[in-house]
Design a protein. Structure first.
Length: 76
């Protein structure tokens, strides 16, 4: 006999159907919250004022300004 397993996400705010899982970090702790599209858009818009533009992504190489090269000095 075949078995079918269905995973249904439930919106963590209102208990309805969720469309996605939003992952974020704060103060060194990672979080996940299941949200529908409207709640996800509201969540992102509420976070926007606290994010630098463009926000650096974690896990990658940090953006560093190029260091100026030292001028070459001729030697004898």
């Amino acid at each position: 006999m075949a078995t079918r397993t269905t995973l249904a996400l439930q919106d963590d705010l209102d208990g309805g159907r969720a469309d996605l899982t939003a992952r974020f970090s704060l103060d060194g702790s990672d979080y996940e919250i299941d949200l529908n599209i409207d709640h996800a858009n509201a969540f992102r818009s509420h976070l926007a004022p606290f994010s630098p533009t463009p926000a650096p992504r974690s896990g990658g190489a940090p953006d560093q300004p190029a260091r100026p090269r030292a001028a070459s000095v001729p030697t004898r």
